[in-house]
Design a protein around this ligand. Sequence first.
Ligand code: ADP
Ligand code: MG
Length: 152
Amino acid sequence: MADFNDYSLQTENELETEQFACRLGKQLRGGEVIELIGDVGAGKTTFVRGLARGIDSLDVVSSPTFTISNIYKGRVVMCHYDLYRLNSDVLIRNELAEMASERQAVLVLEWAQEVNGVLPDNRLTIELKPNSDKGRQLKVKIPSAYNHLEIK
Ligand code: ADP
Ligand code: MG
């Protein structure tokens, strides 16, 4: 079993969430798997926008609800999946299993519960919960295998 460090933090607006994600994004080396958990409007895609800035990508981040995945190129490549309402489609499961073992690219997912069992235990999870109009509580769980990532 992988062991994890847990962090809890609070952001007061969209910009703070993006800035926190950007600081994390700057530390990504490629090969990390990041699962974002939270309801519609929680801030998952906003978080990805910050990650993309952190890897120095100029690509536009949008929720890939209809295209399933987007690719952002920066210092490393980041592949963004939104699996909302996608049942356990076999093709996607295979694609994700392959992506998750890819050592170069960062894999970031929204609604990954849909593909339970495909992602490695060793993954970073971030749960976003609204606790006021613009306030979000972030619960961050980092596996010890990602000890190059520092929460700051
Ligand atoms: P999701 O991908 O989880 O559905 P989005 O990132 O697309 O969510 O949307 C989040 C919405 O919540 C945006 O309209 C954003 O402006 C708003 N928002 C308000 N406060 C925050 C916050 N602290 N962090 C992130 N988003 C926030
Ligand atoms: Mg989204």
